[in-house]
Design a protein around this ligand. Structure first.
Ligand code: WTA
Length: 656
């Protein structure tokens, strides 16, 4: 089992059309229907989104203009007034959906809870009042550092309801990483829990928050709200820390949704790039609401009988768009699961599908590969016949994993939507619409209507069929990120200046390499920058390098990705040591733990290689390409003539 290579995907010609029965009942029923929508949207994107915004969402006030595009800054539905929490909750209460399950939660170990739309609305209104009582106002930033429990969704929706901006930080990030994000986002309040379940153990979250806030490190934070989840002893600082349940009980359930400007900031979400610290990706309200609503509706093909489950964590964009906002805006039933794939419970995902009769299931290739390894006897021992549609996200899926998913989980009857998108895009950009587009294992297939995706060279010239190039988007779309929080210049540089078309037009550079085959299908090959994708999680090489050099033993560090069967990529760090330090297994262990402490377990290097020197060009740039070859155990390929000192390479080779 391996990651797809250019050769392997070009040989991948198998085509899997949806069954006639699936297509007949689908939202978008045929290739012709998709093509019609796509062409219509391409001819006049503004008219396309204008019509959908009117028919699909509730607005307090209509917009004056669909799109105001001052490259690279976009405003969608200018002067429109909307509230995404209203669209996710209130509007369903006047329909039969009032008592439909909004969130079905499966906790660890074995507890569960269901919230109907009416119950979720009540919780959100009460919690919005709690936030208000602690002085949170429209425009204030709120940090959310939570396990996978319904309160995470309640917290997000309550912020949105009163116009506070949430900044969710994945619960697996360390105190240091949390602190950086709270400081950058100027959080006024933090919402957390005493602890949460990770795999088979309880991990403390509140202690991490305490550490992040230690010694007034984040002066903007005034209050901390703590959900009691795991009930272990935690320190509660008088005046600053409050129990969620105590304040929630006392709060009124009357809290009308605040009419927000369409362009008001909805959330900040930090993600890794190739340079510097993680950047705060800013998403705004109206366009994000519309785009996540439409993509959820047409890609996951939701009907009122569906039980939809996305296995992501709310700490990532997939959790924001496709556990919380997209499904709830559609009035769907969304499953939240606190557990994760693990050897000690190899059937855990399949148990959840059987228990709730999940019909639409969305997960990551890395999880699929982990389950393949655990063996098909586990899914085979469960009743998975409720499933009718499957999805994947986060990284390229290798055809072998695709076929396993198709056969063992989907029983050869469920279409698979391989969805390509990013934190920055807000919603899914390239994917099959399941009733309309036949899939090919490993291809995300065709762009969503309204998305003008292309593959180009650095001058913006389109690549020919099967010729590799950079994946770009040529026209703004409603849920595109608006900027990097506090750094418009970084936004411009990172995404809009890499590709320089001759006509001077701005195109969005995704950071991925891709090719398009003779049928117009896109094949995303992976990052072309210094961003790694480890188990579907984005990591900047520079972030890991900074973490390493903050250890006193480390003089210099260069981090690269090495192909890994399960994780997609694994972190390999080449390290030179200060003065008298000597490389040893012990130091290697210590450095790995140091990275975990600085960033979190997702960044733990798989391998540390000590070396006397790093291969550099004469201008002092580390030649990562060579290190990538070495890490993968391959012959060093390409030009090495710019190497300053060739003996460095020889020594590194000897060491491997
Ligand atoms: C990668 C996750 C291939 C890609 C939603 C992208 C994919 C990065 C796919 C964004 C896919 C995501 N096929 N690659 N279906 N989906 N990627 O911001 O490299 O965490 O740029 O968003 O994941 O990761 P992010």
């Amino acid at each position: 089992m391996s990651q797809p290579t250019i050769e392997s995907i070009l040989q991948e010609k198998r085509l899997f059309p949806p069954s006639a029965e699936f297509s007949q009942n689908a939202q978008i029923k045929s290739l012709e229907e998709y093509q019609h929508l796509y062409d219509k949207a391409k001819a006049d994107p503004e008219a396309f989104w204008d019509q959908l915004a009117k028919s699909e969402l509730h607005w307090f006030q209509k917009w004056d203009k669909v799109l105001d595009w001052q490259p690279p800054f976009a405003k969608w539905f200018v002067n429109g007034k909307i509230n995404i929490s209203y669209n996710c909750l209130d509007r369903h209460l006047t329909t039969w959906r009032k008592n439909k399950a909004a969130i079905i939660w499966e906790g660890e170990p074995g507890d569960s809870r269901t919230l109907t739309y009416a119950q979720l609305h009540r919780e959100v209104c009460q919690f919005a009042n709690v936030l208000k009582s602690l002085g949170v106002k429209k425009g204030d930033k709120v940090g959310v550092y939570m396990p996978m429990i319904p309160e995470a969704a309640v917290a997000m929706l309550a912020c949105a309801r009163i116009g506070a901006v949430h900044s969710v930080v994945f619960g697996g990030f360390s105190a240091e990483a949390l602190r950086d994000r709270l400081i950058d986002g100027q959080a006024k309040l933090v919402i957390t829990a005493d602890g949460g379940w990770r795999k088979d153990a309880i991990v403390g979250l509140k202690p991490q928050v305490d550490k992040a806030l230690e010694a007034g490190a984040v002066p903007s934070v005034e209050n901390v709200l703590v959900v009691q989840r795991t009930k272990q002893e935690v320190n509660m600082q008088e005046g600053r820390d409050h129990w969620w349940h105590e304040l929630q009980q006392k709060a009124s359930a009357d809290c009308p949704a605040e009419p927000m400007d369409s362009e008001d900031m909805l959330f900040i979400l930090y993600t890794s790039g190739s340079t510097g610290k993680p950047k705060g990706v800013v998403h705004s309200t109206g366009g994000y609401n519309l785009y996540t609503h439409m993509t959820t509706k047409w890609i996951f093909d939701l009907n009122d009988t569906d039980v939809y489950w996305c296995t992501a964590d709310v700490g990532w964009i997939t959790g924001h768009s496709y556990i919380v906002y997209g499904p709830l805006s559609n009035g769907a039933t969304t499953v939240m699961y606190e557990g994760a794939p693990r050897g000690s419970n190899p059937g855990c995902f399949w148990d959840v599908i059987e228990k709730y009769g999940v019909t639409v299931f969305y997960t990551a290739p890395t999880a699929i590969r982990a389950f393949i390894k655990m063996g098909e006897q586990h899914p085979n021992a469960r009743d998975l016949s409720s499933l009718r549609l499957l999805g994947t996200v986060g990284e390229p899926i290798n055809p072998e994993a695709w076929m396993w998913y198709h056969k063992v989980i989907g029983g050869e009857r469920c279409p698979i939507v391989d969805t390509w998108w990013q934190t920055e895009t807000g919603g899914i950009m390239i994917t099959p619409l399941p009733g309309a587009i036949a899939s090919k294992p490993g291809s995300a297939t065709r762009p969503f209507p309204g998305i003008l995706a292309d593959i180009v060279d650095l001058d913006g010239n389109p690549a020919g069929d099967n010729e590799g190039g950079y994946l770009v988007v040529k026209h703004p779309w409603p849920s595109m990120m608006r900027t990097v929080y506090g750094d418009d210049d970084r936004f411009r540089r990172t995404y809009w200046e890499h590709i320089a078309p001759k006509d001077g037009k701005y195109v969005y550079f995704a950071g991925d390499g891709a090719r398009r085959d003779e049928d117009g299908y896109f094949w995303v090959m992976g990052r072309v920058d210094d961003v790694l994708n480890v188990s579907g999680h984005r990591l900047g090489t520079m972030e890991v390098e900074s973490a390493l050099v903050s250890h006193p033993a480390v003089a210099e560090a260069a981090v690269v990705g090495k192909p890994d069967e399960l994780k997609g990529e694994e972190v390999v760090a080449f390290v030179t040591l200060e003065g008298t330090y000597q490389g040893s297994d012990e130091l290697s262990k210590e450095l790995k733990s140091h990275v975990v402490k600085e960033i979190g377990a997702i960044a733990r290097p798989g391998e540390i290689r000590f070396t006397d020197a790093l291969p550099k060009t004469r201008s002092g740039k580390i030649m990562r390409r060579l290190l990538r070859n070495l890490a993968a155990g391959q012959e060093v390929s390409g030009d090495t003539s710019t190497l300053e000192d060739r003996s460095v390479l020889d020594k590194l080779r000897e060491g491997t």
